[in-house]
Write a protein that binds this ligand. Structure first.
Ligand code: SAM
Ligand code: SF4
Length: 342
């Protein structure tokens, strides 16, 4: 006899109240970093005590729970993901989901400082594309922006990554009066090396030492400036992230714009973010979060964890409320980007 009962799926996908399917998990594997970028951290950061941080095994278990529930893209970020001790063990373990076909992409966002050391291992473990954050090609300015970073080390890392066959997307935060005149040269440099460039607006996350209204540069202004010199053509290319892409006719390369401030990208949001303490943020720009660490540590079985993930996704908000102007000189959310993961 034919069974008329609907097939019971043990792993239904994660769908939020606005009908958005969650297929992308970004995981901050550490809050620590070897740089102190001016828009991201203050110079004297207090980092979390070790017992609050998920172990690599716990991170693996949590990521795997999301993969089981339909997450197809996993990005490790931080802080600086490559300064987490034994990070390759986690990547190696997670790469089993690539082999099984459950996961489409395993990737990282890095400042590039440790890439020379890790690039070939990343490629060996199935990482195909990485994002490298780089705001300037000028050594002195690089030092000014990152406070502790060394540009030659990052360049060495980028060379190693390309040699290992990793596709690279450069992420550049557009900063008024700091690197706004370097966007054209950066574009040409990236495209000449076969790399994509994505520009990002500064977001009001966490207290920093400076004034954000002075750093904020709307990408609408940047795009208009670029259009005086280049022919930018709209293209449909998407990578599962919030960037909108254009083709630069003169170079043949792609440029992406992430514009959380001037253009709200929330309606197509497919992602959630996990911190290194096991806190799940359903939105980068809202305070609401779910504590998955206590659920995880309470039981070796995943049933309660699954239920907690379900409950959290049902609380995913419609969007963020970022504002940067003189009347709003407090960050929209108190935590730094390095906590939630960029
Ligand atoms: N350390 C790694 C790196 O720098 O690529 C990964 C973490 S970092 C927080 C991820 C991205 O967030 C970087 O591209 C960084 O430039 C960006 N970022 C940090 N703080 C930001 C802010 N307040 N507004 C916009 N982007 C920010
Ligand atoms: Fe570190 Fe990345 Fe933040 Fe810079 S942007 S301080 S590299 S976490």
């Amino acid at each position: 006899m034919q069974d008329l009962a609907p097939a019971l799926s043990t792993s239904p996908s994660l769908i939020d109240p606005f009908g958005r399917t969650i297929s992308y998990l970004r995981v901050s594997v550490t809050d620590r970093c070897d740089f102190r970028c001016v828009y991201c951290m203050s110079e004297n950061m207090t980092f979390l005590p070790k017992q609050e941080i998920l172990t690599l095994e716990e991170l693996d278990r949590l990521c795997s729970a999301f993969v089981r529930r339909g997450v197809q893209k996993l990005r490790l970020t931080g802080g600086e993901p490559l300064v987490r001790r034994d990070i390759l063990k986690l990547i190696e373990s997670l790469s089993r989901h690539l082999a099984s076909g459950a996961l489409e992409e395993l990737t990282i966002t890095t400042n590039g400082s440790q890439l020379a050391k890790y690039a070939s291992d990343l490629a060996r473990l199935g990482v195909r594309r990485i994002n490298v954050s780089l705001d300037t090609l000028d050594e002195a300015k690089f030092h000014e922006i990152t406070r502790w970073g060394q540009l030659p080390k990052v360049m060495e890392g980028i060379d190693a990554a390309q040699k290992a066959g990793l596709a690279i997307k450069i992420n550049m935060v557009a900063l008024k009066g700091v690197n706004e005149h370097e966007i054209g040269p950066m574009l040409e440099w990236c495209h000449s090396r076969g790399m994509e460039l994505t520009l990002i607006e500064t977001m009001p996350l966490g207290d920093i030492d400076g004034d954000r209204t002075e750093q904020y540069l709307p990408l609408s202004v940047v795009r208009a400036g670029l259009m005086d010199r280049y022919t930018l053509e709209d293209i449909a290319h998407r990578t599962g992230g919030p960037a909108r892409y254009m083709r630069v006719k003169e170079t043949g390369g792609r440029i992406g714009f992430i514009t959380p401030m001037t253009h709200n990208f929330c309606e197509s949001c497919n992602r959630v973010r996990l911190t290194c303490t096991g806190t799940l943020y359903m939105c980068l720009g809202q305070e609401d979060a779910a504590d998955l660490r206590s659920v995880l540590r309470a039981s070796p079985q995943d049933a309660a964890l699954d239920a907690a993930i379900d409950a959290a996704i049902l609380r995913k908000p419609k969007g963020h409320d970022f504002v940067i102007d003189r009347r709003h000189n407090k960050p929209a959310v108190a935590r730094h980007m390095s906590v939630t993961g960029g």
